[in-house]
Design a protein around this ligand. Sequence first.
Ligand SMILES: Nc1ncnc2c1ncn2[C@@H]1O[C@H](COP(=O)(O)OP(=O)(O)OP(=O)(O)O)[C@@H](O)[C@H]1O
Length: 553
Amino acid sequence: MRPVGSKYLLEEPLGRGATGTVWRARQRETAGAEAAVPGQPGETVAIKVLKEELASDADIVMRFLRERSVLLRLTHPNIVRVRDLVVEGELLALVMDLIDGPDLHRYLRENGPFTPVAAALLTAQIADALAVSHADGVVHRDLKPANVLLKQNGGEMHPMLTDFGIARLADSPGLTRTHEFVGTPAYVAPESAEGRPQTSAVDVYGAGILLYELVTGRPPFSGSSALEVLHQHLSAEPRRPSTVPDPLWTVIERCLSKDPDRRPSAENLARGLRVVADGIGVHASSAQIAAAENVGALLAPDPAPAAVPGSADPTQVLPQGAGSFDPNAATSLLPHTGGPNNAADPTAVLPNRGAADPTAVMPPVPPGPPAPEEPHPWQSQLRAARDRNEQTQVQYLDPNQDPLRRRPQRQVARPQQQPPQPQRRAQPPQPQPGYGYPQQGQPQPQQYAPQPRPQQPQPQRYAPPPPQQPQAPQREPRQPRQRSANPMRIPGLGCLKGCLFTIIILFVAGWLVWELSPLQEWIGTTKGYWAQLSDWFGTVTGWIGDLGSALGK
Ligand SMILES: Nc1ncnc2c1ncn2[C@@H]1O[C@H](COP(=O)(O)OP(=O)(O)OP(=O)(O)O)[C@@H](O)[C@H]1O
C-alpha cells in the first residue's frame, strides 16, 4: 500500500485512463481545512493519480492548483464529488468519492443498448449535472460514457459525471505547446475539431453523442482513423436508427447540430428529455404524447453559454493524418504529432492551433510564456501545497537559528570568541549578492536566490544550505604558531617536558658531585662524612700551596 500525502493510502487500482490511474484508497487521517471533505480515518475513497508526464509539467501543476477551488466546489447529486487535491513531490492526485458501480462504457459493452425511455432519463440526469457546472462557468469538454459512473442504488442506477476539469488540465500549454487538441474523437464537437471558439455547447454535443450511443450501442460517427471521425463530425449527418422514436430523435438531432447556437442549453435539454421520456413510455397520456412531439419548442439554446477561454482560433486546420482509430474503443489517445493512434487509451490529443487555455473560470494565465529561468508566478503556491502534503521534509536551518545549537548559551556568550566576527563584517561586500554568508536580519530570499530577483519571492525553505567555502578567503590569515610545530595539542605535555628537564639537570649535577667531590673516597674508607670533607679540604689547600710555591721559584 502506497501513501499519497500523509492522509491517504492507495490500496488497489480500479482502472487506467489517458490522464492517470484511479485507485481504491483509504483515508489514514482526517484531511485539513484545504480539503472539501475532511473524511474520517478508515473511510474508502477513489484517488485518481495523474500520469507522471502531467504531474511533471509545471504548467499542468499550476493549472491543477488554480483549479483547486473549481474542482472542489462542484457539488451535485450527479457529479462525482472531488474531496481533496494532493500535490506530493512529482505526484498529483484527485481524491474523490468512491462510486460502487461500473462506468457507462463498460455497462454498455456488457449489457447492450438502453431502451429509449431509460436512455432519455439517464441523459437527463447528466444534463442536470452539466447545467449546474455551466452555470458555474465550468465546461467539462470530455463528456463520454467512460466518464459516467453508474452508482448502484438498490436496484436503480444513478449516473455520476466524473473527470471535471481533467480535460482542462490535460489541455494545458505544457501539452498543447506543440499545437494539439485534447478530446476524444468520437465525442468531439465540430467547433472543437476545427479550433473554433468553444462554449458549454460542446458538452451538449457530447451529451447528444452519448444519448445516441445509449439507444444504439455505438456512437454516430466512426471511421478507420481519428481524422475520418473528425471529418464526419464536421460534415456528416447522423444516421437515424429505426428504433429511435421521433421525439427522441428530435432531441438527438438538435444536440448534434453542427451549429453550436442551435443546440439546447443543458437545462433545456434535461427538461426536454424528461418530457420525451414521459411521452414515449407505454403509459403515456395523450397530453404527454403531444408534449413530447412538440419537444423541439423546449430546446432553446443557452443565451449566455459558458465560454472556453483561449479556444478561439479561426486559422485552425485539421491535422494531416492522425493515425488509425478503433471505433469500438470508446476512448483513444492520439499522439501530439499526429502519429499512429493507440485505440486502447482514452482522451485524444490532436494537433490544434487553438484550445490553448481551457481555463473557464479561474484567473487567466499571465499573457506570454515566462522566461524559462524565471520562477513561475504560482510557484510559491505550488511549494505551499507540496509542503502541506509532504509527510517529512528535511529542511535547512540557519545554525544561528537552530535552537539545538543555541542551547549551550555559555559558549555563545563568551566575549573572547566573538572578536573575529566584527572584523569580517567590516569587510566590503563581495560582488556576488546571491551567495553571501547568511546574516541575521537579512531577508531569506536574497540569501538563497541563485539570481537577484527582489520582486519575486523565492521558495527558501528547502533551498540547500549556503556554501560555506566562499567565506574562507575572507578570514584573516592565521599567524603561524611560535610555541610548537606539533599540530597536536597534548594536555600536560609542557609539565612533562619540565619534569624531564629537571631530571636531566639533577642527573648531571649528581654525576659532577660524584666525580669531583670526595664522595667516592669517603664511601671507600668508611670515614665520617665531615672527616673526609676536612681531609679533602686539606688536600686541596696543600695542592694550592704547592702550586703557589712552585710558581714563586
Ligand atoms: N470515483 C470513482 N469511483 C470508482 N471508480 C472510479 C472512479 N473514478 C474512476 N473510476 C474507475 O476508474 C477507471 C478509470 O478512470 P479514468 O477516469 O482514468 O478513465 P477514463 O475516463 O477512461 O480515461 P480519461 O478520462 O483519463 O480519458 C474507470 O473505468 C472507472 O471505472
